[in-house]
Design a protein around this ligand. Structure first.
Ligand code: ATP
Ligand code: MG
Length: 447
């Protein structure tokens, strides 16, 4: 008793997690997907602990419909798999099990611990890089360790659908009540381990309507450049999540405030400082957010094309000023911008191909005469190209009547379309001057 008292006074007593029994919270078991519930029940019947964890628990407590339900358990992958008829072990570095139940795929992971420099008795260089970024995070651990390796307190809540208990190791419930996003552990260390957490802080705060706790926020500006050490493909994934979160406008504003945009979309800040560029990007983001919140599909290619358009435009104009011909100049400008961009943020090839199509289509909208206009309508991505044109018109970059013309033209019947076509104003094919010495040149040669 005295020993315990002394330990408590000295802070040596291990504080267990807060466990909230079913009558002390409002999270109901029915809100958990049938598949996730079944997985937890089966694991519990076999003597394992299994809980819903992470984003799903957090979202449910905030009355948001979770995207998916992830399960964390003390069972090892090879113990999980045989318990289900349709289950797949995936992942090379860290194996997790996908359990297929009904139409649902439930991701089941074994509790993990973060292996940090201090714990590593083997070669420490292979665990963290020189900035403190964790390169390996693949040892099994306890539920407590699993909670500790997670990023924010609100993301480290466990819900056991069998006992209907919420288990909270880091004060996530209290933070949810305060609407605060707080990182677990020492903020600087955690950002150094994984700089992506800085982006996640911005995205989750915007998505969940939480404010970033002051100590969690403080080091971000100073550490922003660490994002350069993150593999470009991972940055791209996180950026895509951010842009498609339904809160892209708020997120980008916040990224700028924290000085985080520099490593992601080079020159975005320059673009945002030009009135037309800012208007254009703001409109594109607002439109995307509205579509996401409406449950409509959005095209990441369209969005990235919009984010980088004013950079392309600038490079294109510079080249034209230097005497390059318009179309090859646009081509070269697109290469230039995409090359520079992809060094930081690996936009996938499939996306850049579509972005190019949308950009290349833009000068073609100027041609409203003859076959050219009709041919443009037949282009597979015409609709995306036209939506892009509409955005350019809305931002004041091109005249509104150009957009209005295309809006009407694409839905008109053939006869109206013919009537709408403008007299041929496109660049005339240059007539070859008839040489005096060869008066017999055929008419077709003269064309
Ligand atoms: P979303 O609603 O966007 O899916 P999420 O929090 O569920 O948000 P996920 O990427 O699905 O995000 O991650 C699931 C869980 O994994 C998180 O809730 C968090 O506990 C943990 N996690 C994800 N990324 C990190 C990270 N970079 N560092 C530490 N923990 C992380
Ligand atoms: Mg998730």
């Amino acid at each position: 008793m005295i020993k315990r008292f002394i330990r408590r006074v000295l802070g040596l007593e291990k504080k267990g997690p807060v466990r909230l029994a079913r009558d002390r919270h409002h999270l109901s078991r029915d809100r958990i997907s049938p598949g996730a519930r079944k997985v937890c029940e089966v694991l519990a019947q076999h003597g394992f602990t299994a809980c819903v964890v992470g984003g799903a628990v957090r979202d449910l407590l905030l009355q948001i419909q979770p995207k998916d339900f992830d399960i964390a358990t003390d069972a090892r992958p090879e113990q999980i798999k045989p318990l289900f008829r349709r289950a797949l072990m995936i992942g090379r570095r860290f194996r997790i099990v996908h359990v297929m139940l009904g139409g649902e795929t439930v991701e089941v992971s074994t509790f993990r611990a973060a292996l940090l420099l201090a714990d590593a008795d083997s070669d420490p260089a292979r665990v963290q890089d020189e900035h403190g970024r964790v390169l390996r995070d693949n040892v099994f651990g306890t539920q407590e360790e699993d909670a500790r390796r997670r990023d924010f307190t609100v993301n480290a809540l466990f819900y056991d659908p069998v006992t209907e208990e919420i288990i909270d190791y880091h004060g996530g419930l209290e933070d949810l009540k305060r609407h605060a996003l707080r990182i677990i552990g020492d903020p600087e260390t955690r950002y150094r381990e994984d700089p992506i957490r800085m982006l996640r802080a911005v995205r989750l705060a915007a998505k969940l309507g939480l404010s970033i706790d002051s100590s969690t926020r403080a080091p971000i500006r100073r550490l922003a450049s660490l994002l350069e050490t993150v593999p470009p493909a991972r940055l791209f994934d996180e950026m895509l999540k951010l842009l498609l979160s339904g809160h892209a406008s708020a997120c980008l504003r916040q990224l700028r405030e924290e000085g985080l945009q520099k490593g992601l979309l080079p020159l975005l800040d320059v673009i945002l400082d030009q009135p037309l560029g800012e208007r254009f990007v703001t409109l594109a983001l607002a439109q995307t957010d509205a579509r996401v919140l409406d449950g409509k599909p959005v095209s990441p290619a369209f969005l990235f094309a919009a984010l980088l358009w004013h950079e392309v435009l600038q490079a294109w104009r510079t080249r034209e000023k230097h005497g390059e011909r318009s179309i090859p100049a646009l081509d070269a400008a697109m290469d230039e911008v995409l090359d520079r961009q992809c060094e930081k943020l690996a936009i996938t090839r499939r996306l850049t191909a579509t972005m190019r199509e949308v950009w290349t289509m833009q000068p073609r909208f100027d041609q409203r005469s003859g076959q050219r206009a009709l041919r443009l309508l037949q282009t597979p991505r015409f609709r995306m190209g036209y939506d892009f044109l509409a955005l350019r018109a809305a931002s004041g970059e091109v005249p509104a009547d150009l957009e209005a013309w295309w809006r009407a033209f694409q839905v008109a019947d053939a006869e109206t379309q013919r009537a709408m076509l403008l007299p041929d104003t496109g660049p005339k094919k240059r007539r070859r001057r008839r040489r005096k010495k060869t008066p017999s040149a055929s008419p077709s040669e003269a064309e």
